[in-house]
Write a protein that binds this ligand. Structure first.
Ligand SMILES: Cc1cc2nc3c(=O)[nH]c(=O)nc-3n(C[C@H](O)[C@H](O)[C@H](O)COP(=O)(O)O)c2cc1C
Length: 324
């Protein structure tokens, strides 16, 4: 059985985390990952206080295991943040500050609430800044990942962040979808992994079945780093692009972003309608390159157990045989 420092620190069985995904309201998915011995997190950046309270209660009604609440620091949401701290989750998971934002007040408040602090970043200097501000865990997120990412690949970023923030434990995110990814992350010096895309194609994921099928159909080569979803949603991120499926919607606006800005309201209304209708070509679908590794839609708990078992087999079965 694979155990790392993260298991003790977060009081979980497997070093496998579900990333908070603000656009995916999924207390059931969070509870399934936590219930299986991983750590689920819920993206709360766009929630008001009542919604945060209800989501935390919904998770607790399904599992008594630890879980996280996730906030994007650049999005002002004091009301939601205060409600999350009141809920005293095991983990407060932060990401994406503006460069001028001080991280320490966020981390201090989380610690005062009795939560551990994770901080996700795609850059070494920002990882160092978060470790100095008191983060308990740094998540090094590579550009392969789904949703908003930076430009460094997981393979290079993880060992660089491990060196930069040692002895603070590091998790690898971006491009990990199976036990091979977990084994590789441990070899790079990480203490575990955080996944998004893989869990979007799970039974408990609230995505429309057509969107789940689109993840299965994707070979990963058909994802693209783009600002088009953010332009359509009318939200500028501090230094990020979004990795999305290169579908008809993205193709329509690529190279004509100025025109999308001009027609934003209409385009966004069409996205919302497409999302509702389960049209995976006309809504944007944020997924990572690891969609190319996803070919089934199992219960999320099975994904957690499967990744752990596969990594264990690699570490104890295949790899030792390579050492003469
Ligand atoms: C649809 C989607 C929404 C996301 N939203 C958030 C978010 O609100 N907060 C956050 O910290 N990370 C968010 N992420 C990033 C994930 O936490 C994670 O870093 C990423 O999915 C890892 O890469 P992978 O998709 O290859 O597993 C999101 C990812 C996806 C795919």
């Amino acid at each position: 059985m694979i155990r790392t420092r993260i298991c003790d620190l977060l009081e979980i069985e497997y070093p496998i985390l579900l990333g908070g995904m603000g656009s995916v309201l999924a207390p059931v998915l969070v509870a399934a990952v936590s219930g299986a011995g991983g750590l689920g997190a819920l993206g709360c950046s766009n929630m008001n206080a009542d919604q945060v309270r209800k989501a935390a209660a919904d998770i607790r009604a399904l599992t008594d295991k630890p879980f996280g609440l996730n906030f994007l620091i650049f999005i002002p949401n004091e009301e939601g943040l205060a409600a999350a701290l009141d809920a005293r989750p095991a983990v407060m998971a932060f990401a994406w500050p503006r460069p001028e934002q001080d991280l320490k007040p966020f981390f201090d408040r989380a610690h005062e609430a009795g939560s551990k602090v994770t901080f996700m970043t795609g850059e070494v200097p920002e990882a160092r800044r978060a470790a100095e501000a008191g983060a308990d865990v740094i998540i090094a997120q590579g550009t392969e990942g789904g949703g908003h990412v930076n430009w460094m690949a997981t393979m290079t970023l993880v060992p660089m962040v491990v060196d930069a923030v040692s002895p603070v434990p590091v998790l690898a995110a971006g491009g990990v979808a199976d036990g091979r990814g977990l084994a590789a992350a441990l070899a790079l010096g990480a203490d575990g992994v955080l996944l998004g895309t893989r869990f979007l194609a799970s039974e408990e994921s609230p995505l429309h079945p057509n969107f789940k099928r689109a993840i299965l159909k994707s070979d990963g080569h058909d994802t693209i780093l783009t600002e088009i979803p953010d332009i359509a949603a009318g939200r500028v991120w501090p230094g990020a692009m979004a990795r999305a499926l290169r579908n008809r919607f993205v193709e329509r606006w690529a190279g004509r972003e100025w025109y999308l800005r001009q027609n934003r309201a209409d385009a966004y209304a069409r996205i919302l309608a497409a999302r509702e209708a389960g049209d995976a070509e006309e809504a944007y679908l944020l997924i990572g390159q690891d969609a190319g590794l996803v070919d089934d839609i199992p219960p999320a708990g099975d994904i957690v157990r499967r990744i752990a078992a596969e990594a264990e087999e690699i570490l104890s079965g295949r790899l030792p045989g390579l050492v003469g």
